[in-house]
Structures are given as structure tokens and as C-alpha cells.
Design a binder for this molecule. Structure first.
Ligand code: GCW
Length: 701
């Protein structure tokens, strides 16, 4: 031990010399390390840590547990990085004592991290009632240290607000990721189970660091073959690798699997042979993966099979699978449904289909509801199902990948959007965060084979923020931004101010240049890249942007009040009252709920047309300002990531203008109105924008 320590010290000296040459903040980074860089501290924070000479130890009873071992390793790795020192366990110094079988009360995963003094000795304690709490506590301690905090003043008691903190991967077994903008799938089914890529470990570690504890590995547009023995065997290898990180695996299940791969001629959920097939399938999976989490199901939605194919309800379908899993797992049944046959407002359909089923779902069924009633738009009001099904566990589905917010090349920090939804008062059962507390939150993952995981450095923040909010939905998006940036970019306060300000302005900028004032779903057909406001003739009405904006010479917007679709009536009275009147509704939701004239006076005091143009201009100028703020950081952060972000921001600047110009050109072709004074004309004709095609756009189905 002593000998190896000496060798390590020499390595440390070499490392330290290298560090002298390039300040740590400027050392080359490719983004692979995410927020777990543990970049060396400096100044007082470094001195303090070195003085304390922290070293992690586990109590005897915990020492052999693999999760506790991960916690110890992580602490060693983190402390070494933060101190720019070799990974070694000092013989003396201040202990970080892990006590992972304490009687600390709380839900699974909770922990407390605090300094303690015993006799004359002091130390830092990580207390939990199970190993995973210790791992979460270790990450929490390192997160605080990485932000330069003093370990002797910490008091980090925390418990997850909801049991399921889940990623949904829309990854297909062939490696294509639906709505993926970060390369190919990270799941290498071809080489599994024989070979487990290191990325699978790094991925689990990143998830554990933010409290994510459940992963659905395949697309909700599911292939039945994922339930075949060869995939179960591969999934078992992942489950084994992820178990110590507290992550349970789930599968998206294709409802017609008994027919597709089971040789039955029906998938009717009330048919005994079908029930027996699922029962046997569940038993087969549990034999290989004893802690298999369960099934996620997209049924009777966008062409996917489901119980309605046999005249049965969503509850019939979900309950059949729930029975097959029994007490071993959970069925997560998606509420993202809208039908070609149903000509009622698309925003009203999920509520209409699911709310009457309240109370009919088995105990181990969770209904998963998107944040808003349409589909992951830059801004939507919260989904009216939240609070409307008091006898059903509801889970929130958010989209981390940015299908409708400019893909990976636009910088859009999504936590302010999720915060907006989570804090929404349903008027029935508390806030959305309170409604989902017994169930959880799922995020459609933005990971891919790109070196930086998420397709852009800033999209890592969305993965991070999703996990942090699922753990604690009362955290503020600004605090999360700063905490992420300090671990990812730099601890320099001025740099952090700039990065935080860019992030906090970014989502509203996207709303402004794409879909201001409550507009929605104006993106290009299929791939959803760029503006296509003029598309009006697709087979299904609700696939057309025209369906959503309803613009003509007189006015614009979707009337969802009693004079229109009356979807507003699905909200609790007090909520509906806030949105009922076009004269008083927030401009953010104006055209979502109301159809108004181009001259309608908005909350800003400007007529609608002027306000619309103002918003487009504001979106564009905000992106310009984001790029300028970023440019001010040159030399403050490493050159490679600086350049990556600069180039993406330049793309975003150009595309924000494209959105603005194409939108204005189209609206003018409808309303014939001149531009408000001071606003510049679109760069090209409407025909130019209409002629653009993007066969190479990524992520399409
Ligand atoms: O957002 C839409 C996407 C589809 C997706 C669907 C869903 C997985 O455009 O690609 O399919 O929602 O959530 O099921």
C-alpha cells in the first residue's frame, strides 16, 4: 500500500506540472464526462479540502455491498479530481463515514450528509437506510464540493419526491433513435450480451448521480421482438450492470406481441390464451431479471395496436399486463392518444378517453401523461388530466430530446418549462408536482452515440435538470442551471452569471421565434424541423399546422372556450376562469385558447399583429444576445467546447431568423397587413420558404 502510494505521488507530481501549464478550466474537454468532471478546485476551496484530507470509509456491515463500493470509488475519484491529486486513500485525515444501514427514516434513496464530531475526532457522515441512499449521498456531497462548498458546514438531508425517476428511450433495436439528435442508440444490442460497452457503465453512473432509477430501453413504438428470449438475455446483462447503480430496467411492450411473436391469432386482453401468454412472458423475464421494472405501453395511438382493436378499454389492456407482472412490477400506460376517427379537438381527446376510466386501473398501473395536451410543444398549458383522476396514479412525461425546440443545434434549457408545468396548480389536487408525487416522472431521453452524449454540450443540462427536478420538483430552474454549469463549465462567478443568464433566456427565445403567444405545432411535416405554417392538406386534420393556428383574414387562434371546442371546460373552474377571457388571459396562452382578430389588444397593450411581430423580433434578438454573451466567454472556458457552442449558436441565429421571416411572410399572405414600423421585411418570399425540403433531417420516425 505504502509503495503504491509513493508511485501515485510521483504521478501526481507530473499531473500537477501539466496542470501548471494550462489552467484547469481551459484543459481540453470533449463533453464525455458530463457534469461529473470533478475539475480541480483552486484558492480557499482547494486549500480547505487538502487540509481536511478527506477519505471515505464504510462501516463494516456495508463494506461488501457493490453499491457501497461504488459510493466509495466515486468519492475517491471525485476527491482526487477536485484536489488535482492521485486517487489514493490517505491513511489519516478526516473520514467520510458511510453508514448505509442506519435507521434514518424516509423513502427509498433518501440520505443525510453532515459533519459530525465524536470525542475529539471530526468527520463527514453519509447516512442512509440502504446502499443506494449512500450512493446518492456521495454524489450530493461531491456536487457540493464541486461547487466549492465547505464540507464542514454542509447539511444535505434529502429524499426523492417521487418513487419513479425514469428515462424513456425511443431507441429502436437497429440503432436508430426516433427523435434522436445525438447520433445512434447507445444500446449495442448486436454485441450484447457477450460484450458490455463501457458507455453502459458511464451512463448508469451519470443517471445515478442525479437520482434516475428506471430506464425503458426501447421505443414506445415498440418492436415485438424486444420480448424474445435473445433480447431478454441482453437486457439481463444491462440489468446486472445497472443494478448496483439503483437502476431497474423496463421494456416498451408491443400490445400485439402475442400475435406478432406468440403465434396466437388474437391479442384480445380478455382472451384467456392471451393472458396466459403474457403471464408466461412475464415469468420468463423475471427468471432472467428478478427486479425487472415492468412494461411501458403505447396503445391505440398513432397506429400502434391496443385493446380498442378488440373493443376493449385502456383499463382492460393495462390490467391484463398488470396481472401478468403481479406484485413484481408496474405497467406504465401512456395517455398520448388521439384518433383519426375522432373529430373533436385533439387537445381534448386524452382526457375524454381516460378520465371516465378513473378508478378502474389495477394498483400496479400508472398512467403516463405528457406535460401538455398536444405534444411537447415549446409551450403548452399543463395537461387537464392532472388532478382529474384522483383514483389513478399519474406520471408526468416530459421530452428531454428537443423534437419541437430546434433539435440539438438550438440552445434551449428546458427546466423553466418543466418548472412551469410542475408548479401549475391543477385547482383540484394541488400542483402537478403534487399530483404525480405517488408515481413519478419520465423523460424521453436525449442520449446518443455522440461523444458528448446529448448532441450538444448544453443539452446535457436538460438530462441533468430532468433528474434533479424528478428528485425535487421544488428546485428552481435557475439554481439547477448554475449548479450544472459550475460542474460542467467553470466555477468563476462571472462566467457562471453569463451561462446562467443564457440558459434562463433560451426557452422563451425559442417560444418567441417559433410559436409565440400560444401558437403550436407549426413545424415541418414528419421531421418537425423548421417552419411549415402553410401546410393545410395532410390526410389527418390534426397533422396540419393550419389546424392549430386557424388563421384567416379576420383573425387567428384556436377557440377552446364554449364557443369553440370547449376543451377549456376540462380544467378545474378556477383554472378555466383564469384562461376564459381573451381580454385578461396571459399572452403566453392567448392563441392556444382563443381565436381573436389581428387587431385584438394584447396584455402588452399592442395589437395582436404588432405583438406577434414584436415577439418574433424579440426571439431573434435574444438569440443574438445569447451568442454575444457566449462570445464574451472566449478564453474563459476550454477552446473546443467554446467553439462547439459558438457554431451551434450561429446556426440558431440563422434558424431563428428563418422561423421569423417564414412565419411573417406566411401571416402577411393571409392578413395582408403591413409590418409594424421599424420591423424588417422577410429576407425571402413565402414561396422560397415553402420550397425548402429536408430529407436529411435527423430523428424522423
Ligand atoms: O412527439 C410525437 C412524436 C412521435 C412519438 C409520439 C409519442 C414515439 O412525433 O415520434 O412516437 O409523439 O409520444 O408516442
Amino acid at each position: 500500500m505504502r509503495g503504491s502510494r509513493i508511485v501515485n505521488c510521483l504521478c501526481g507530481a507530473i499531473l500537477a506540472l501539466t496542470a501548471l501549464a494550462v489552467p484547469s478550466v481551459l484543459r481540453a474537454q470533449d463533453g464525455y464526462d458530463l457534469w461529473l468532471r470533478y475539475a480541480p478546485l483552486d484558492g480557499e476551496a482547494l486549500e480547505r479540502l487538502r487540509r481536511l484530507d478527506l477519505h471515505p470509509v464504510a462501516s463494516d456491515s456495508d463494506a461488501s455491498d457493490p453499491t457501497v463500493e461504488l459510493a466509495l470509488n466515486e468519492l475517491e475519484r471525485g476527491l482526487a479530481g477536485l484536489q488535482n491529486a492521485p486517487e489514493e486513500i490517505p491513511a489519516d485525515g478526516t473520514p467520510i463515514v458511510l453508514q448505509c444501514d442506519s435507521d434514518l427514516p424516509g423513502p427509498s434513496g433518501h440520505y443525510a450528509v453532515q459533519p459530525y464530531a465524536r470525542d475529539s475526532a471530526q468527520g463527514i457522515g453519509i447516512w442512509a437506510s440502504e446502499p443506494i441512499g449512500c450512493l446518492y449521498g456521495a454524489f450530493a456531497l461531491l456536487r457540493a464540493l464541486a461547487q466549492g462548498e465547505d464540507p464542514l458546514t454542509l447539511n444535505l438531508a434529502s429524499a426523492p419526491a417521487m418513487p419513479l425517476r425514469m428515462l424513456n428511450h425511443w431507441d429502436n433495436p437497429d440503432g436508430h433513435v426516433e427523435r434522436g439528435y445525438a447520433g445512434r442508440s447507445i444500446f449495442d444490442w448486436w454485441r450484447l450480451p457477450g460484450h458490455l460497452d463501457q458507455r453502459m457503465i458511464d451512463y448508469a453512473r451519470a443517471n445515478a448521480s442525479i437520482g434516475i432509477n428506471a430506464v425503458v430501453v426501447n421505443n414506445v413504438n415498440a418492436r415485438a421482438e424486444m420480448l424474445e428470449p435473445r433480447y431478454i438475455e441482453r437486457l439481463a446483462r444491462l440489468a446486472d450492470a445497472w443494478r448496483p447503480y439503483g437502476i431497474r430496467v423496463y421494456l416498451s411492450a408491443r400490445f400485439s406481441a402475442p400475435r406478432d411473436i406468440g403465434r396466437l391469432d388474437t391479442a384480445d386482453p380478455l382472451e384467456p390464451a392471451v393472458r396466459a401468454w403474457w403471464q408466461a412472458k412475464a415469468d420468463e423475464i423475471y427468471a432472467a431479471i428478478p427486479d425487472f421494472g415492468g412494461f411501458l405501453v403505447k396503445a391505440n395511438s398513432e397506429g400502434q395496436p391496443g385493446p380498442q382493436d378488440y373493443g376493449r378499454s385502456h383499463a382492460d389492456g393495462a390490467n391484463m399486463l398488470a396481472e401478468a407482472l403481479g406484485g413484481r412490477g408496474t405497467v406504465i400506460w401512456r395517455a398520448f392518444v388521439y384518433s383519426a376517427e375522432d373529430d373533436t379537438d385533439r387537445a381534448a381527446q386524452a382526457y375524454a378517453e381516460f378520465v371516465p376510466l378513473d378508478g378502474q386501473f389495477a394498483d400496479n398501473v400508472i398512467v403516463q401523461v405528457k406535460n401538455g395536451p398536444i405534444d411537447f410543444q415549446p409551450r403548452e398549458p399543463f395537461h387537464p388530466m392532472f388532478g382529474a383522476m384522483p383514483n389513478t396514479r399519474l406520471m408526468l412525461e416530459a421530452q428531454i430530446t428537443k423534437e419541437y425546440l430546434g433539435f440539438a443545434t438550438h440552445l434551449a434549457y428546458l427546466a423553466p418549462m418543466w418548472e412551469e408545468v410542475l408548479q401549475s396548480d391543477t385547482g383540484r389536487d394541488g400542483t402537478v408536482a403534487q399530483v404525480i408525487a405517488p408515481a413519478g416522472m419520465a423523460g424521453v431521453a436525449n442520449t446518443g452515440s455522440d461523444r458528448n452524449w446529448s448532441g450538444s454540450h448544453f443539452d446535457q443540462a436538460n438530462w441533468y435538470a430532468f433528474g434533479r427536478l424528478a428528485w425535487d420538483p421544488t428546485l428552481s430552474s435557475a439554481d439547477i442551471a448554475r449548479e450544472w454549469a459550475a460542474q460542467t463549465w467553470s466555477r468563476e462567478p462571472a462566467t457562471l452569471d453569463t451561462i446562467e443568464s443564457i440558459m434562463m433566456d433560451s426557452r422563451q427565445a425559442v417560444v418567441d421565434y417559433m410559436t409565440p403567444l400560444g401558437l403550436a405545432h407549426l413545424m415541418g411535416t414528419g421531421h418537425h424541423y423548421g417552419p411549415a405554417l402553410w401546410v393545410c392538406d395532410l390526410a389527418r386534420p390534426e397533422w396540419n399546422p393550419c389546424y392549430y393556428h386557424r388563421a384567416d383574414a379576420e383573425g387567428i387562434g384556436f377557440d377552446r372556450t364554449a364557443t369553440g371546442s370547449d376543451q377549456l371546460a376540462q380544467y378545474a373552474g378556477q383554472v378555466a376562469a383564469r384562461w376564459q377571457d381573451p381580454a385578461t388571459i396571459s399572452d403566453d396562452y392567448l392563441l392556444w385558447f382563443h381565436r381573436v382578430s389581428w387587431q385584438h389588444t394584447t396584455q402588452s397593450g399592442r395589437p395582436l399583429w404588432d405583438e406577434l411581430v414584436y415577439r418574433y423580433d424579440h426571439g431573434v434578438s435574444t438569440v443574438d444576445s445569447m451568442a454575444a454573451r457566449w462570445a464574451s466567454l472566449e478564453g474563459q472556458i476550454d477552446a473546443r467546447r467554446y467553439r462547439d457552442v459558438s457554431e451551434y449558436l450561429a446556426i440558431q441565429q440563422a434558424e431563428a431568423r428563418w422561423w421569423r421571416d417564414a412565419s411573417i411572410a406566411y401571416w402577411q399572405s393571409i392578413n395582408g397587413l403591413p409590418l409594424p414600423e421599424g420591423s424588417s421585411a422577410p429576407a425571402h418570399s413565402l414561396e422560397h420558404y415553402q420550397s425548402l425540403t429536408f430529407p436529411e433531417a435527423p430523428g424522423d420516425t
